[in-house]
Design a protein around this ligand. Structure first.
Ligand code: NAP
Length: 457
């Protein structure tokens, strides 16, 4: 028999786990009036906004303007923020289900894919995830040490994360000092001895995952020249077809920009950003510390749009003191929620979480934990709308929770000694960060320790 969940008498109570873009877009859809609902959004950190705060590069401030939209969503009377609460730690999923009719996981992809080559874990070999989180002041990564005393850095992968990492390594401290980069990172980057950043792609220029604005920026740096080997721009017929496909205009734009770099004269500004194509890391070598990376030359095989890199057996080496693996993110499991190990996602059918192919009533996913780590921030909007529309369609058939009361869950958490950070609390932390930033000519100086955020309260 259908329940009255989603009506004014009994609004649908939803816990959203994760306060990044997919979480906020889901909240927006839930609170848009299609049904009556109450949304409590959880984050394990006191600060909201997930990837916008801890993933977006500090020198890309315009992308962070989306926070203004999220703040409007947070101001809705049926929205509450439960910051500093870890789901699967402070409260388990079965306990949470006592207070909510539906749980929507928007917890993103917090770790990285492995390269799967020998030497991957040598000192000096890092993941892009940890470097990005470190320079963005994420509390879990603030104490990581990055040794930038080497002259040559290698970045593996050609997505936009690899571009962010390469750009931060290629910029001068002057180019970064007025951003919201963490102070500890700016100090280390200011002492950097890096002269060359090598970006390694296993396929060709027509398949590169970066987007035109990102590759174009390298031509605009004050102390770094982008360098491309013109031989790499000789395309096979399948790649020609790919760049001329009107559905993928960005490919052609990328190619035009790469052509200008290939035609450029040798490095003049100081640092070099060298873009390599058709090469895969085979091994990272060194005694106790990374000394060089062995690369295998690839050729492409397959039809246009589906070309794969195939090793040719031809090897070369780059001497380097540090290397960043940037070959895609992956999600991490939460106890009590089915997990698809191979993809690093929560198995789902259009956002409804499944277990061995069967829908698990009341559990949903959206964003990177639903579809894998792809797309820009805006991609999460239609993705979250799809999940929420399915939740709304299910609402009348969901089992009503035992304790439909946010005060009750607050009391439970407080009883366990958890200091819940509300959105009002966050606004105080936010104001303190902005004030601290002003002193240093930065948009904000992020607190990089949870205890410092809480001390503002
Ligand atoms: P991505 O775009 O999927 O790129 C991953 C890269 O890793 C690709 O070049 C891929 O090559 C390569 N790769 C994967 N496995 C490899 C292996 N075993 N060996 C060598 N190379 C390998 O992922 P991402 O850079 O992590 O970015 C995630 C998403 O966030 C993307 O959608 C991205 O556009 C977005 N993002 C956007 C911005 C922005 O808008 N400014 C900034 C950062 C991130 P293949 O193509 O050959 O698989």
């Amino acid at each position: 028999m259908p329940s009255n969940l989603g009506t004014v008498q009994r609004p649908l109570r939803v816990a959203i786990v994760g306060s990044g873009p997919s979480g906020f877009y889901a909240a927006e859809e839930l609170l848009s009036g299609k049904i009556s609902s109450k949304v409590d959004m959880y984050d394990r950190l006191p600060a909201p906004f997930g990837l916008v705060r801890y993933g977006v590069a500090p020198d890309h401030p315009k992308i962070k303007n989306v926070i203004k939209i999220f703040e409007k969503i947070a101001a809705h009377p049926d929205f509450l923020f439960f910051g500093n609460v870890k789901i699967g730690g402070d409260i388990g999923v079965p306990e949470l289900q006592k207070y909510y009719d539906a749980i929507l996981f928007t917890c993103g992809a917090q770790t990285d894919n492995k390269l799967g080559v020998p030497g991957e874990d040598l000192a000096g070999s890092y993941t892009a995830t940890e470097f990005v989180a470190w320079y963005n002041g994420h509390p879990d990564y603030r104490d990581r040490k990055f040794d930038l005393s080497h002259e040559v850095a290698v970045v593996v992968g050609q997505g936009n994360v690899a571009m962010d990492v390469s750009r931060i390594l290629s910029k001068t401290a002057d180019e970064l000092k007025n951003t919201d980069i963490a102070a500890h990172a700016l100090d280390v980057l200011a002492q950097s001895k890096i002269k060359e950043v090598h970006l390694i792609g296993r396929r060709g220029p027509a398949q590169a995952a970066f987007t035109p604005p990102e590759i174009k920026e390298f031509g605009e740096l004050t102390h770094c020249d982008p360098i491309v080997d013109p031989k790499d721009l000789n395309l096979n017929p399948e790649s020609e077809a790919e760049i001329n496909d009107p559905n993928y205009a960005a490919k052609k734009k990328n190619f035009e920009i790469l052509k200008t770099y290939a035609a450029g004269s040798a490095a003049q500004k100081g640092k070099k950003f060298l873009v390599h194509f058709f090469k895969s890391p085979k091994e990272l070598k060194g005694n106790s510390h990374l000394e060089r990376v062995v690369l295998e030359k690839n050729k492409l095989s397959g039809a246009a749009g589906k070309q794969k890199a195939e090793g040719t057996g031809q090897l070369e080496e780059i001497k380097c003191g540090l290397l960043f693996r940037s070959v895609g993110y992956r999600g991490v499991p939460i106890p009590g929620v089915p997990f698809e190990e191979k993809r690093g996602t929560f198995p789902n059918q259009a956002g409804r979480i499944t277990n061995n192919g069967q829908i698990v009533p009341g559990l949903y996913a959206s964003g990177w934990i639903k579809r894998g780590p792809s797309g820009v921030i805006g991609t999460n909007k239609p993705d979250s709308v799809e999940t929420v529309q399915n939740m709304i369609a299910d609402a009348a058939n969901l089992k009503p929770c035992e304790k439909p009361d946010s005060q009750a869950v607050s009391a439970f958490l407080k009883g366990k000694g958890v200091r819940i950070v509300t959105f009002e609390d966050w606004k105080k932390i936010d104001a303190a960060e902005i004030a601290n930033g002003q002193k240093a000519g930065k948009p904000r100086e992020k607190f990089t320790q949870v205890k410092d955020m809480l001390s503002v309260l």
